[in-house]
Design a protein around this ligand. Structure first.
Ligand code: AR6
Length: 338
């Protein structure tokens, strides 16, 4: 997964470079800066003294000393005032300059804290949106594994409105009683989910399924009728959309190597988040998403939050995988991509 949002202490990250939310002096401070200097040891401060400070929105690189990464990229985020003092452009520049440095130093993996979102007061949801936006633009043109490290999950929020909308959708649609998959497959959008429960479902005596006409097929004939596989459907959809493979796997937050595997193995068995990631990248409708999932042996149900969140985004025509992942993260669900 080229972009991952995780909960961790950044000083423990085993990546090529971690990013420090520093101040212009580069001589240490509180927050994540304090943690990094403490864990890296005093040699870090000695090297920082030689750098001559750093402008807001810019970045400088040092060795990592006692930390388990190779480099520390020090960037200086803007102090948040009211959002009208060029804060966003400066914050974007922090990510852009840091990623450029990481690339110049040959880093394959980098971890960012949410710059400016602590002592400098940038609203967390906004800071996250900017981070995801800048990192994902960078990843369109570059191969790198980038982590956004969230330290304090309680302080982490997607926008209040999005959170409330998703929560309402989950509350309205969550079905905690077993319901009938046969009826579900025939459900019309107007039909309440309640009618899908076994006890209310007419055909669910099982008879309808069992009564399907008997044909005298050998097992070989039967297997010969095998449908298009997941990877065949994926490649077909890529062709139909007229997009490049790379455009598709990048939009899906899928690693290039994994995509090559899927491309070369028509019987590849993907995980559910991988299938959904491709469905999102290809902007499939809900029905097409369900079809693709079925080909890999999965379904979308109203019995779990993950599925409902996916359905919420697809129904709203929002196919931004990084936004979907932020929402999944906020609801403690696994993220899309691989
Ligand atoms: N790992 C990951 N994230 C962390 C950690 C950690 N160990 N510790 C804190 N955070 P902040 P800023 C998160 O205040 O807002 C310093 O004094 C924290 O929850 O460290 O850019 C500098 O010297 C928050 O979401 O940085 C500057 O003077 C994010 O890191 C000033 O603070 C950034 O919070 C910079 O302020």
């Amino acid at each position: 997964m080229p972009l991952q949002i995780i909960r961790h202490d950044i000083t423990k990250m085993r990546v090529d470079a971690i990013v420090n939310a520093a101040n212009s002096s580069l001589l240490g401070g509180g927050g994540v800066d304090g943690c990094i200097h403490r864990e890296a040891g005093t040699e870090l401060l000695e090297e920082c003294k030689t750098l001559g400070g750093c402008d807001v929105g810019d970045a400088k690189i040092t060795k990592a000393y006692k930390l388990p990464c190779k480099y520390i990229i020090h960037t200086v985020g803007p102090r948040y005032n009211d959002g009208k003092h060029n804060e966003e452009a400066l914050l974007r520049s922090c990510y852009e300059r840091s990623l450029k440095l990481a690339d110049e130093y040959g880093c394959a993996s980098v971890a960012f804290p949410l710059i400016s979102s602590g002592i400098y007061g940038y609203p967390k949801a906004e800071a996250l949106r900017v981070a995801v936006d800048e990192i994902s633009s960078f990843l369109v043109k570059n191969e790198m594994l980038v982590y956004i490290v969230i330290f304090d999950k309680k302080a982490y929020k997607i926008s209040e409105k999005l959170f409330a909308d998703i929560k309402e959708f989950i509350d309205d649609n969550y079905v905690d009683t077993q319901y009938c998959l046969y009826a579900e497959s025939r459900r019309t959008p107007e039909m309440p989910f309640d009618e899908l429960k076994h006890k209310k479902c007419e055909p669910c005596a099982g008879s309808a399924l069992r009564k399907e006409s008997k044909e005298n097929l050998t097992l070989n004939d039967f297997i010969g009728q095998i449908d298009e596989s997941f990877s065949e459907m994926l490649l077909r959809k890529i062709d139909e959309r007229g997009i490049k493979d790379s455009e598709c796997y990048k939009k899906a937050n899928i690693d290039r190597k994994l995509f090559s595997k899927i491309r070369s193995d028509i019987h590849y068995k993907p995980s559910k988040p991988t299938v959904i990631a491709f469905a999102v990248a290809l902007e499939l409708s809900l029905d097409e998403t369900k079809e693709m999932l079925m080909k890999a042996g999965f379904a979308l149900s109203h019995s779990n939050k993950f599925d409902l969140i996916i359905e919420f985004f697809i129904k709203n025509g929002n196919y931004n995988i990084f936004e979907i992942n932020q929402a999944l993260f906020a609801f403690d669900q696994s993220l899309l991509g691989a």
